[in-house]
Design a binder for this molecule. Structure first.
Ligand code: GDR
Length: 328
């Protein structure tokens, strides 16, 4: 039985990846932060097979302890402060967790594995935010990185540190450059879920309007369930490498609104959406569109859920959730 350790187990990707690995017969350990973390019960409810260990990416001794307790064959480093907008106001803590946390994890792995580094494989959750002010369209593994937020800069640090451990120590360390990926489990602070939740609430008469920032940004949005499968495939390769994981399609926030409202029968949403500078970013990533051909060729990976199916899935889930909580 293979063993896996997942950091960021409480997030959307941690939950999907844990389900995937459990279904493949892995023993799955999840690292959870803090005292009396309210998400402890969420993980136990959603993925009851996962064994939780406490630890923090900013505390290398806690990482060593988690590695000793779990003895993993595969490590998936998904833990991060992941909300881009938050990172301008909290640049230092974002750098510490999202950036230096990767170094702590890599170094803990190296110390724990000692002479036997080949016994373990490492996945780093890198991000399309690293492309920022994009230097190629579409973006691929070789595209020059130009991050536009403290979050993006921290992810670049983690990405190059992962490559550096691969090149310096021969560690089987892969970096997945994942474009935006969403699901009904997405946190409501991210734009897709903020919109699908608001659309459901507007339809049910629970909310009047939704207040957003820049409606012209374009993103390459896929389904998180597909993307965690790509992570796993990377670690099954004989050699470690970097891969762009994306759909190869891009859509604006306006198109997202159009689609989400259409699923509840609303065609004119102009009065239902307001823009507020509060939700504008000091520097924006205007256009993301990935080229996933390397992942298709080497990993035999391709997305199974289209943009339209993804938004429909999220609107339907939010309608069910909101009408259930309205009845309570
Ligand atoms: P992103 O996701 O920053 O791409 O990072 P997010 O959904 O937050 O923003 C996408 C785009 O929507 C615009 N936008 C708004 N965004 C939010 N959150 N709220 C709003 O009200 C709003 N109005 C407009 C944003 O300006 C932006 O252009 C996500 C995160 O999951 C990262 O952790 C991950 O690395 C990348 O995706 C890939």
């Amino acid at each position: 039985m293979k063993r896996a350790l997942i950091t960021g187990i409480t997030g959307q990707d941690g939950l999907y990846l844990a389900e995937l690995l459990l279904s493949k017969g892995y023993e799955v350990f999840g690292l959870i932060r803090g005292q009396n973390n309210p998400k402890f019960s969420l993980v136990q409810r959603e993925v009851p097979g996962v064994k939780l260990l406490t630890g923090d990416l900013t505390d290398i001794s806690s990482l060593l302890r988690a590695l000793k307790a779990s003895q993993p064959d595969e490590i998936y480093n998904l833990g991060a402060i992941s909300f881009v907008a938050y990172s301008w106001e909290n640049a230092e803590v974002t750098s510490d967790v999202t950036g230096k946390g990767v170094l702590n994890m890599l170094e803990a792995v190296r110390l724990w594995a000692g002479d036997d580094l080949s016994k373990v494989r490492f996945y780093q959750a890198s991000s399309s935010e690293m492309f920022g002010k994009v230097q190629d369209v579409p973006q691929r593994e070789s595209t020059l990185l130009w991050p536009r937020s403290p979050y993006g800069v921290a992810k670049v640090f983690g990405h190059y540190m992962t490559i550096n451990y691969r090149e310096s120590y021969g560690m089987h360390a892969s970096s997945g450059i994942l474009f935006n990926h969403e699901s009904p489990r997405r946190g409501p602070e991210f734009v897709t879920r903020k919109i699908t939740q608001a659309v459901a609430r507007i339809k049910l008469g629970l909310q009047d309007k939704v207040v957003l920032g820049n409606l012209d940004a374009q993103r390459d949005w896929g389904f998180a369930g597909d993307y965690v499968d790509a992570m796993w495939r990377m670690l099954q390769q004989p050699t470690a490498d970097d891969y762009v994981i994306a759909t190869g399609e891009t859509h604006s926030i306006r198109e997202l609104l159009e689609l989400a409202f259409s699923y509840v029968g609303i065609s004119d949403w102009s009065e239902l959406v307001e823009q507020d500078p509060r939700f504008m970013r000091p520097a924006e990533v205007d256009l993301l569109i990935g080229d996933p051909s390397k992942a298709r060729e080497v990993l035999d990976w391709k997305p199974s859920v289209s943009f339209a199916e993804l938004i429909r899935m999220m609107v339907e889930s939010d309608l069910a959730e909101q009408s259930a909580s309205a009845k309570r």
